[in-house]
Design a protein around this ligand. Structure first.
Ligand code: LER
Ligand code: MN
Length: 295
């Protein structure tokens, strides 16, 4: 098992992220799905400089990105976005795409369920053609009901993956599973070999180990189903603006380089911009908890 982390939580240079994570023992990066932001040649050089590999990328379903939008042009642009992201992953030598099909923060549907399902299958299939031809895997990711009304549980992601094709996979996330699954361990087992990526954060979306999830059991269940790929750290801390905040100075009041839509994306996750010290502490705590499980 290898250790990866995302970089969508904090607007900082890629070099700062890579420097921090390589010092803390991470070997992989799940790069944010922002192909428009990156020059792949430059990213490759930086990854090499810090001895980090690209594990894959996660879609940032912000603004109008939505594979099941009612408007066919919007769907087309959304598919193109995921294709651009897939091309970036291919160029960076990554393996997986964690795919959230609908806009994060959109919790009210505007079409019939049958229509949306058909559009989602059709959209993911177009990406699947590319990933199949290029040796990449898609992991459909269920996220909790406060971020989307579409695909909240592993079984729903599995149904979509099966409708797309034999190699289409699922990406599970411990934070979301803790909210939506009856039994996250049973869900992990049902995904079997369709499980292609695994996001880790605790029940409060702090670093693994800072909440109440049973990490021993999570890891032994992964071993039981033969998942020995990558653990991809994805904490996203809650905002605490009260005097009860146990982490004073955790909120970055004047974040540099954070666009309005990125801030809105963080807010749609119940979070906000966080300071470098707080972010580094969470990155470190995640590695401390997970390192004993790496092979
Ligand atoms: C992404 O991996 C995730 O877990 C979300 O909350 C949606 O962006
Ligand atoms: Mn996730």
């Amino acid at each position: 098992m290898r250790l990866a982390i995302h970089n969508w939580m904090r607007a900082e240079t890629l070099e700062s992220t890579l420097k921090r994570i390589s010092a803390l023992g991470y070997t992989h990066l799940e790069i944010q799905g922002a192909p428009e932001m990156y020059d792949t040649q430059e990213v490759k050089e930086l990854l090499e400089k810090y001895g980090i590999q690209c594990w894959g990328s996660v879609t940032l379903m912000l603004e109008e990105r939505n594979l099941l939008a009612k408007d066919p042009d919007q769907r087309k642009r959304s598919v193109q976005y995921v294709l651009d992201l897939a091309q970036m992953v291919k160029d960076l030598g990554g393996k997986v795409i964690s795919l959230v099909p609908a806009t994060v923060g959109k919790i009210i549907p505007d079409a019939r369920p049958e229509e949306e399902w058909e559009w989602a299958v059709e959209g993911v299939k177009q990406v699947y053609e590319f990933t199949e031809a290029n040796g990449l895997r898609i992991g459909i990711e269920p996220i909790n009901r406060f971020e989307t009304y579409f695909i909240n549980r592993g079984d729903q992601a599995l149904a979509l993956a099966e409708a797309v094709g034999p190699n289409c996979g699922v990406c599970l996330d411990t934070f979301h599973m803790n909210i939506e699954e009856v039994d996250m361990f049973a869900t992990m087992k049902r995904m079997g070999s369709r499980l292609v990526n695994f996001h880790v954060a605790d029940n409060n979306r702090m670093a693994p180990g800072m909440g109440k999830l049973d990490w021993k059991r999570i890891m032994s269940t992964l071993a039981e189903i033969g998942y020995d790929e990558t653990l991809s750290v994805e904490f996203c801390p809650p905002i605490d603006r009260t005097p009860a905040n146990p982490y004073p100075n955790s909120i970055d009041e004047a974040p540099e380089g954070l666009s309005e839509e990125q801030l809105k994306f963080l807010q749609d996750h119940g979070s906000t911009a966080i300071t470098e010290d707080f972010y580094s502490m969470l990155t470190q705590r995640s590695a401390d908890l997970l390192k004993p499980y790496l092979s």
